[in-house]
Structure formats: C-alpha cells, structure tokens
Ligand binder design. Structure first.
Ligand code: M6R
Length: 592
C-alpha cells in the first residue's frame, strides 16, 4: 500500500523522486523519505506527514546524486514517526531500502539478526531487509538480494541502493506491484504507473519473484534463482495530464466529471470488439464474482444483468472471504475478478486460488499490465484512465459498462440494448449539470452523524456504494441496506437524527420502495431521494429530491450512482476533509 519510486539516470535524482512521490501519494501518506547516493555516501531524508513536508525539508539542497529511491508510507508495522519512515538502512549506513507490503516472518528474522549483534532500531518489518542484504553482501548487490529474499516470507516489493555499487538500484517484486520504466540513458522503478508518466510511457511490469538490476544504461531482469529473463516493454495508453487535477479542486471531483468520457470510451471499446471473449459464460455452471469495496458493488450490479441476460447463476463474494472458504470450486466455474488496480491482494489471491482449483479466470481491470491482468485467462478493460482519488468513482461506472456489455452480448435484442447504452454518457452529462443543486442538498446534511442508504434490486448495490462513499471520505457513519430488509432490524435506527438516502428510480420495485419511504417518514426520519425527473409522487414524499433522466430500468445504476458520489464529495469538502487522501485508507490495498 506504500508507494515506491526509484531513479537511475543522468539527471538529479531528487527531483524525479519527489515528482514521482507526489504522484504516488494516494498509496499512503503518513510519512515519506528518500535515499540518494551523494558523493559516495548515503543521503537520507525522512519526514512525517505528506510529501510536501519532505519537499520543504530538502528544498534548496543542491544534491547531485543521479541514483536514488523514495517512499511514501502507509504504516503497517510500527507507529507513524520518522524512525519508522522509509528508507531503512543497515548499521553501517551502506545499504538503504524502501519497501511495500509485509514481511510476515520479520520477528523471527529480527531475533536472528540481534543474535548476530545487529542493532535493530525501528519497529518496522522493513529494517530486517536492509540488515539481511548487508549481511549477505560479498561484492555483488544482486547476489546479496537474491540470497536475502530466500529468507523472506510474505507479500512485498522493495528497492535497495548501496554505496558499494553506487550506479544501480536492485528491486524485487513478490506479491506487491512494481513496474520498471524505460527511458533514454535513464531508467525508473515505481509501485504504480502514474509515478512514471512525466518521464516515460514504456514500462515492464514485473512478475512475482522477479528481481531487476536497474542502471542508467540498462535494465536486467532475473528470476528468483538469478536466471536472466527476456521481457518486452509495453506502451501505457495514459498520459501525464490524465493523472493531474486539470483545474478541479480534487481528483475525486475531476474523476466524477470525467464519467461521460470514460463511459463513452469503455462502451465504444466493447462495441468495436463486439463484446468478444473467446468462451461463453453459458459454458459454465456458475459465475463467481470476486472483488473488494466499490468493485464488489459493481459485481453486485453485474449479477442482476448476467443472470437476466446470460441466464447463468452468479455468486458475488468478498474476495477476502472467498480465499479461505471451503466452497466447492472447480473447472465448471468461471471467476470474474473485478479490480480497478488489478493489484488488490485479496482479489488476486482469492481469484488465483480458485484458478488453481480449475476455475477459469476472467478479470475486469483498469490497469493494463497489472498483476491480475497478467495472471488471468482473459481480461476485459475499463478505459477509465488513471484514477488517483482514493474513493473510486469513474472506475465504478466503467466497471458497470463492461459488465452490462458482457451481459447483453447474450441477448437476442443486443442491438437495441446497445443503442440505449450508447445514450448513457450523454445522460450522465445531464446529471452532472445539476451538481450545484446536489451540493446545496448535500450541505443540509453535513452535520448529521449517521445515515442510512436504501435501495432495492439494481439500486441496492448503489445504496451500498453511496454509504461507502460517504463513510470513507466524510467519516459520517453510513449503512447501505436492501430497503426490504429494513423492517428486519435497521428500522430501529430511524429517528429525526438519522436521515435516509433512498435510491428510487421507476423500476419494478418502485411501489415497494415508496412503502419503505413511508415507513421511514412515519418514524420522523428525513428522506433524501434519487429518482426520475417528473416523479411527483416521490417528490411529495422526499424532503429533498435529486432527479435524474428516466431510462430503462436496467440502466438506472449508471445515473443514480453519480448523485451519491457527488453528495458524499460535497459533504466531505464542506467539512474541510482531505477528500483525495482520506484518513487510514490507501488507494490500492496490497496487504491481506
Ligand atoms: O483496486 P480495486 O478495485 O481492487 O480496489 C478495491 C477497493 O479497495 C476499493 O474499491 C475501495 O473500496 C475504494 N476506496 C472505494 O472507494
């Protein structure tokens, strides 16, 4: 979950590292640091807080170093303090390491190192790596790393530099993301592609167990036994500007407003390839969707569509639950793993364990070349561009577009359904045009401590997504429920202090929803509704109504999810919270 960046080239490394770290801040932001080889010694600077604290402390230092590594931390082991911030070094100050992931056997290693008189200074698991490499060093950094990783257990990626071999970085991927960026007379490593975009779009994603020896004039990749590998670079279809705020106050707002374009790109991508996957979902007895967070909610929507059009039963399971379940899974099953990043540990490992049992693995990912993409039998891509805000928005609707396109490819009426789908980007544009009105409504509810989100059928996952958006960026407690479940417990929460957000388009469960709204009102609950334009009945019932254009009931999640995103955004912004980097969270969760 931490961000790693490294540079070996001909320019001052510090500037490249700081730029890279700023673009990786969404990965973790409790402390940051850099290590450079300056005049034959290690220069290390670390600061608690955001990258700007690090920038302030190194500003004006004229460092000439052209090789270095940087890190932005999301703490796993050890409190947030300068001592625990990366990079970590060995006792002689000759090796510096930045690391992402978890070394599960670090306690054991620490005791072993202490028996060898190593002074272990921090509370981190990372420090063990620096000492291990130093102890194994016999004149060859690559060899020392290859020997060192034999002792490590866990899922991780790390990069090391040493004064002993000042012209190179050695880095390893084992479970956490790492990509190599190829330049001219300069090369890069990073945990995520956006860090590389100002410098290069040519990347080599590393696979688990691979080790890279990176120098200004060349990149050599080895397997964990030290055998040289031949790997092709891929061209990333993103540009540096797509990972910038473009005049918006926050990435999240920019990404919400990008949805007409990202939806259009994703839908057109599927139409141009005529929904092609080289097998039919109908060849399987069951589809199992695995995902986490927002991607899981997209999967819940997809279940309704796939069951309706492909007529195959679909289970949607939290990835973290599937991995250790005893569910019978085999070759008659197809797993659809949904992940924006393609690096989420829970999603990857649960999908891979199902694949090991014989299931076919189809992934829906946004990051081409991500681990899940490469590990899958087949991948479908969301063309949403880089998503930097920690709260997923445009990738959610793009995932919906892929799932819907996939589902309707089984319909006899595919042409007409496609025509309707093509209208969605324009209709989302219309929803965005009432953003100011949504803001006005949102601000009325910014002072509440609890909220309920209710929906039925296709609107139920949208209710879950609305509640997730609100809690993760505004820290207001919010619960999403299928509206019909309310009377089985959650209704006890309703009073004048707990507003209810209802997702209520005119679909086959509309009348039922109206009854549920009445039940809330009868208990003095305030109701904010999302419904179709011109719905006077709903308007009458709701304290505040956000109306969206009316569409075929299948397509409602595309339109109703946008107001819940904006509602959460405006409350969090009004409360002065850090919308793009909410507390305790990281964009990509690469630990279990
Ligand atoms: O990269 P992924 O789609 O696998 O990420 C899954 C979740 O971690 C992610 O959706 C998370 O819940 C977001 N913060 C939601 O806004």
């Amino acid at each position: 979950m931490c961000g790693i960046v490294g540079y070996a080239g001909k320019n001052p490394a510090l500037l490249v590292l700081l730029q890279g770290l700023e673009r990786l801040e969404y990965r973790g932001y409790d402390s940051a640091g850099v290590a450079l080889i300056e005049n034959g010694t290690l220069f290390i600077e670390k600061k608690v807080g955001k990258i700007r604290e690090l920038i302030r402390s190194v500003w004006g230092k004229e460092l000439k170093a052209t090789v270095g590594i940087g890190h932005t931390r999301w703490a796993t082991h050890g409190e947030v303090c300068e001592l625990n911030a990366h990079p970590h070094t060995d006792n002689r100050g000759e090796f510096a390491v930045v690391h992402n992931g978890i070394i599960e056997n670090y306690r054991e290693l620490k005791e072993e190192l202490q028996r060898l008189d190593v002074e272990y200074r921090s509370q981190t698991d990372t420090e063990a790596i620096a000492h291990l490499i130093a102890l194994n060093y016999q004149g060859d950094l690559l060899e020392a790393v290859l020997k060192g990783i034999k002792k490590l257990k866990g899922a991780y990626a790390f990069a090391v530099i040493s004064v002993k071999e000042p012209n190179k970085i050695v880095a390893v991927r084992y479970g956490s993301p790492l990509v190599v960026g190829i330049g001219r007379g300069e090369n890069f490593i990073a945990s995520d592609i956006p860090a590389l975009l100002p410098f290069t779009r040519k990347v080599i994603p590393l696979d688990d167990g691979e080790v890279v020896d990176l120098r200004p004039d060349g990149v050599h990749i080895y397997d964990s036994e030290g055998n040289l590998l031949v790997k092709e670079a891929i061209d990333v279809p993103w540009d540096a500007i797509s990972a910038e705020k473009g005049g918006f106050k926050h990435f999240m707002l920019k990404e919400i407003f990008e949805q007409p374009r990202t939806l259009g790109d994703t839908i057109r991508g599927y139409i141009s390839r005529d929904y092609h996957i080289p097998f039919s979902l109908r060849d399987f007895r069951r589809v199992i969707v695995v995902a986490c967070g927002t991607s899981y909610h997209a999967g819940l929507v997809g279940k309704y569509w796939i069951e309706k059009y492909a007529r195959v039963p679909v289970d949607v399971v939290y990835a973290s639950e599937l991995r250790y379940s005893d569910a019978p899974i085999g070759e008659k099953d197809i797993i659809i793993a949904i992940s924006q990043s393609g690096e989420t540990a829970d999603t990857r490992f649960s999908a891979l364990s199902a694949k090991d049992k014989g299931a076919t693995l189809l992934s829906i990912v946004n990051v081409i070349g991500s681990a899940l993409d490469r590990e899958s039998d087949y991948s479908l891509y969301t063309h949403a561009g880089p998503e930097i805000g920690v709260a997923a928005t445009k990738t959610f609707t793009a995932q919906l577009a892929v799932l819907y396109s996939l589902a309707i490819s089984y319909s006899e009426d595919k042409e007409r359904l496609t025509e309707n789908l093509l209208k969605i980007p324009g209709l989302v544009e219309e929803v965005l045009s009432i953003a100011d009105r949504i803001r006005e409504i949102a601000l009325k509810y910014a002072g509440y401590k609890n909220m309920l989100y209710l929906g039925r059928h296709l609107s139920y996952p949208v209710a879950l997504e609305g509640a997730l958006k609100l809690k993760e960026i505004s820290y207001i407690h919010a619960e999403g429920y299928p509206a019909g479940e309310m009377k089985h417990g959650p209704i006890a929460l309703i009073d004048e202090k707990t507003p209810t957000f209802v997702i209520c388009p005119k679909d086959k469960v509309y009348e039922k929803m109206l009854s549920n709204i009445e039940e809330v009102l009868a208990r003095k609950g305030k109701v904010i509704g999302v419904g179709f334009q011109g719905d006077s009945e709903l308007r009458e019932l709701c304290n505040d109504l956000i109306d969206v254009p009316s569409v075929h009931e299948d397509l409602t999640p595309f339109l109703t999810s946008v107001p819940v995103q904006l509602f959460a955004y405006y409350i969090a912004d009004y409360l002065g919270l850090d919308v793009d980097q909410p507390r305790n969270l990281a964009k990509t969760v690469t630990v279990e």
